[in-house]
Design a protein around this ligand. Structure first.
Ligand code: NAD
Length: 349
């Protein structure tokens, strides 16, 4: 019986993936998550009652817990999403990122290797470990240049450095032991159920509280914006069709500056919430920049389309409209996940 073990399935991308998977695939899913401030069962919804779904509340950094989960459930694939993910938090507490992203990944790989060695030759061949990295491991990219999967890493933030270290360890398990590891590099994701510290839900959160929208620096930082459903579709493709030892860039080629993102969020909020039309854009304010803020990331994402015909389907305008609508309709979710979060600025020196 095939089974997928996912780490971090109660987070933003993980919860979207879990919901899609249970609806579309006939393969059981085990969600291993520590439920940090960024992981919430409220994001999983009705999936929790599905007999094909199992939740394990445990920490990746506990070798005992991860070994037990793997030995008991005997997955045929592992999707590794769990991580500390917010750059501003990594500036405040870098060691938390080394601990979860580097040590946690290393512990997971070691447990996976032990288990994989107990499988038959055909099970070993079919097994897949999909490790989720980020575009940030390449560091800032100069104008008119894009990076390919073959480019060298040059991370600048503690978050990106911890993800880069985890990638190197994951790749070494493929090269040294033959563990069938693949690495995905998604660009900036957005969509429903993202914790309101991240750019797009942060703007929505601030507007809903009647506060100003803080734009770091001049707001001209460029990012590629990938709707989370499109991303999860790509991850499914890789689990079934990806090749061990390969890396894959996952992006939309929809590039917007942070200022353009803020303006689009305001347009949608004003369109959908008619109480104070046209007011939101006046709330955009420029604040001190993030230390070491990368100006531009740019990935060449042609490999996914060439090999698997995957390409994103959601336009930026449609994705932002869907996202804004979701937050407007789910104040209860915001209240539940933000009990200890007031939207205060962190990550300044
Ligand atoms: P998130 O912060 O929303 O969720 C992280 C999840 O991991 C949470 O459910 C949390 O409880 C869990 N977790 C954290 N530490 C853990 C631990 N020690 N043990 C077990 N579980 C733990 O993150 P996300 O935005 O969904 O990102 C998922 C992955 O995708 C991460 O690896 C991230 O680096 C990568 N990524 C995200 C984006 C993005 O825009 N969101 C872009 C590129 C790459």
């Amino acid at each position: 019986m095939e089974k997928l073990l996912i780490t971090g399935g109660a987070g933003f991308i993980g919860s979207c993936f879990v919901q899609r998977w249970i609806e579309k695939q006939n393969i059981d899913l085990v969600n291993f998550d520590a439920l940090t401030y960024a992981g919430h069962l409220a994001s999983i919804g009705g999936v929790a009652e599905n007999p094909r779904y199992t939740f394990i509340h445990a920490d990746l950094r506990s070798a005992k817990d991860i070994e037990q989960a793997i030995c008991e459930h005997r997955p045929s694939m592992i999707l590794h999403l769990a991580a500390e993910t917010h750059v501003d938090r990594s500036i405040e507490k870098p060691n938390d990122f080394i601990s979860t992203n580097v040590m946690g990944t290393s512990i997971l790989l070691e447990a996976t290797l032990h288990y994989w060695r107990t499988l038959s030759a055909s099970e070993q061949e079919g097994f897949r470990f999909l490790h989720i990295s980020t575009d940030e491991v390449y560091g800032p990219v100069g104008r008119k240049r894009v990076v390919t999967e073959a480019d060298a890493y040059a991370p600048t933030s503690p978050y990106a450095a911890s993800k880069a270290a985890a990638d190197h360890i994951a790749r070494s398990y493929q090269q040294t032991y033959g563990l069938p590891v693949m690495i995905a590099h998604p660009t900036n994701n957005y969509g429903p159920r993202q914790f309101p510290e991240k750019l797009i839900p942060h703007f929505i959160f601030k507007i809903l509280r009647g506060e100003d929208l803080p734009l770091y620096g001049d707001g001209m930082q460029e990012r590629d914006w990938l709707f989370v459903e499109d991303h999860c579709c790509a991850l499914e493709t890789l689990l079934f069709e990806g090749l061990p030892g390969e890396s894959y860039h996952l992006g939309s080629q929809i590039v917007r500056t942070n200022l353009e993102v803020a303006q689009q969020v305001c347009t949608q909020i004003d369109r959908q919430q008619t109480a104070h039309p046209g007011e939101s854009k006046e709330r955009i304010t420029f604040v001190e920049d993030r230390p070491g803020h990368d100006h531009r990331y740019a990935l060449d994402c042609g490999k996914m389309e060439r090999l698997f015909g995957w390409r994103p389907t959601i336009s930026f305008e449609e994705g932002i409209a869907t996202t804004v609508q979701w937050y407007l309709k789910n104040p209860q979710w915001i209240e539940t996940v933000c009990q200890e979060y007031q939207g205060n600025r962190i990550g300044l020196l």
